[in-house]
Structure formats: C-alpha cells, structure tokens
Design a protein around this ligand. Structure first.
Ligand code: ATP
Length: 301
C-alpha cells in the first residue's frame, strides 16, 4: 500500500488575524446573542496551518501546536473545525494539522476563529470541494460568531451576531500597528459590562458611531477620513479597567497614528498609519508586543 502515500494531500494556509474598524453592539437578542454592526478587516499578522489529508488511513484527527500552550483536543477550534467538516462530508480520512501560533491569544484578534476557518478552507481544498460554499459558511457559523468572517476574509460589514457578511472592497490598503499588553479581558464579561452600561439595551441609548461615513471613506480610499470614524463601543466599558491598553493607545497616537482604538473586546489596540514605513517605525518605537501590519484581501477568488 506504499504507493498510496503519494496521494497524501498537504495544504499550507495562513490564518489571518482581524481588527474591527467599527464595532457597535445594537441590542441584546432573545437568544442571548448580541446584535452587532461591525466592519472587520483581515490583517497580515497570521498563524500557519499545515494540514495533511490521508483518505486511505483510518479516520482520525491529530493536532500539533507550536508557539502557545493550547489544548490539542476537542477544546481547540482547529480540532472542532476538522471534526465538523469530516462529519458534514461523511468522508473518512486521517487529518493531521500542525498549527504555528503567532497571533496573541484572547486579544480580540480572532486568532482561534481564524485557525478554525483556515482548517475548513484547507480541508475544503484537500477533499476536492466536497461541500458547497454555503455549506462551508454554515459550518463556520456553528463554530463561532467570528468564524464566517475569517472564512471570507478581507473587509466585510458584518451584522447579526457577526455571521451576516457584506463585502466592502477597500480602494487602498491600510497600514496599522497592533499592540497588546498583558491585561486579560474575557469576552462574555465584556458583553455583561456592555449590558450594564447600556441598561440592557432598552432602546434609550444613543450609539456614538458613524458607520456610513467610515464605509464611504474605505470605499473611496481615504484612510485619513476613515480613521476619524473608527469606532468601538466596548471602549467605555473596557479601557477604564485596562491601564496598559490605554497607555498603548496613547503611545500609538504619540508615534503618529491617525487614530488608535481597541480591537474587538480588547485588550489589543491598533493605530492606523500613513503608509508602511510609518507603521514600521511606530512598531519599533513601541517594541515588544507591537506588530506592523497591512490589510489583507478576501480568501475566495
Ligand atoms: P475573538 O476576537 O474572536 O473574540 P480572541 O482573539 O479574543 O477571539 P482567541 O485567541 O481566539 O481570542 O482565543 C479565545 C479562547 O479560545 C482562548 O482562551 C483559547 O483557550 C480558545 N482556543 C481554542 N482554540 C484556539 C486556537 N486555535 N487558538 C487560540 N485560542 C483557541
């Protein structure tokens, strides 16, 4: 059976982190999820997925991780994504994944969601597109609210709990610095604080953003105008308890950022810069935990 080894399919995929150029929480739904309006953007900071697909071997999932002390069993989103994909296709194969982590964990950069999406895409390719794109999106939504965005990638206006996507073609790339301190922010706790802050979303609150202005500026390629309307509704409930994130935000502004805001529910912050060299200089000034990045386009051709 040695000749069958030649059939091994090996796929490598980057799993890109995201930032939120806009993030508003509109309401708390009856099912407990929050209704969001967010503009998510893939950035060049990424993990790597290397996947071997061996359909002649007994069906199993193997996961090895370098760069972070994460579980390699069903608690890991990569493992869960592979399990769901194999179940949905009804195929049997040994799926061996090596994950190299570079995206900081629990930082608001969707590292786990992006790993799950990259696993789905790698398996989709390896298995000869055994599911439709719609089925792949449905699997992604079952894995987590940010996974559909990570599957599509690029720039997307996301609604619902994040899974309803509308692509937003960027007229020009953006350059940013992402900076992460050591503070911990739990996402469920961040939503609890939002509920308190907005009185359970009883309809009496005014939200601060101007999404249409931001979306227009991105479509037309005006980064400075886009920067003026970057918005994150979590900031008033998270930043007061995260002095490191506040200080990183201030340092990004001092280093010349057009604007600096939190990504997701934090604690990562990012600043937008006027070009790649400005971003690199700022990242060097901030030092450890700061990454110069650029925007990345969609995953589907
Ligand atoms: P989001 O922005 O989508 O809220 P995040 O960037 O805040 O996500 P992640 O890095 O995705 O957070 O990690 C959240 C939790 O998911 C971690 O506490 C971790 O234990 C778990 N997790 C499961 N699989 C992974 C993975 N492959 N990479 C990172 N975390 C994972």
């Amino acid at each position: 059976m040695i000749h069958r080894a030649q059939d091994a399919v090996r796929i490598m995929r980057p799993a890109y982190a995201k930032i939120n150029l806009y993030l508003d929480v509109l309401s708390c739904r009856a099912d407990g999820y929050h209704e969001l309006l967010t503009v998510m953007q893939s950035i060049s900071l990424h993990d790597d997925i290397i996947l071997y697909y061996e359909p002649w071997r007994q069906g199993e999932i193997r996961l090895r991780i370098y760069g972070a002390p994460l579980p390699t069993d069903g608690r890991n989103l990569v493992y869960r994504a592979a399990g769901k994909y194999m179940e949905a296709t009804g195929q049997s194969a040994r799926v061996s994944v090596t994950l190299r982590k570079k995206i900081p964990i629990a930082a608001g950069l969707a590292g786990g969601s992006s790993d799950a999406a990259a696993t789905l895409l790698a398996l989709w390719e390896a298995s000869g597109h055994a599911l439709s794109r719609t089925q792949l999106m449905e699997l992604a939504a079952e894995l987590g609210s940010d996974v559909p965005f990570c599957l599509a990638g690029g720039t997307q206006i996301c609604r619902g709990r994040g899974e309803i996507l509308e692509p937003l073609p960027l007229a020009a790339p953006l350059y940013a610095v992402v900076a992460i301190g050591r503070e911990h922010v739990s996402t469920p706790e961040a939503f609890r604080r939002m509920d308190q802050y907005y009185h359970g979303f009883d309809g009496s609150v005014m939200h601060g953003g101007a999404p249409d202005v931001l979306i227009d500026a991105l479509r037309q390629g005006h980064p400075a105008s886009a920067a003026e309307t970057v918005y994150n509704a979590f900031e008033p409930v998270i930043l007061p308890t995260c002095p490191q994130a506040r200080s990183l935000r201030d340092r990004l502004l001092e280093a010349g950022a057009y604007t600096a805001h939190m990504s997701g529910s934090g604690p990562s912050v990012f600043g937008l810069f006027d070009g790649e060299s400005a971003a690199r200089r700022a990242a060097a000034l901030l030092g450890r935990g700061a990454y110069a990045v650029r925007t990345v386009g969609e995953n589907f051709p």
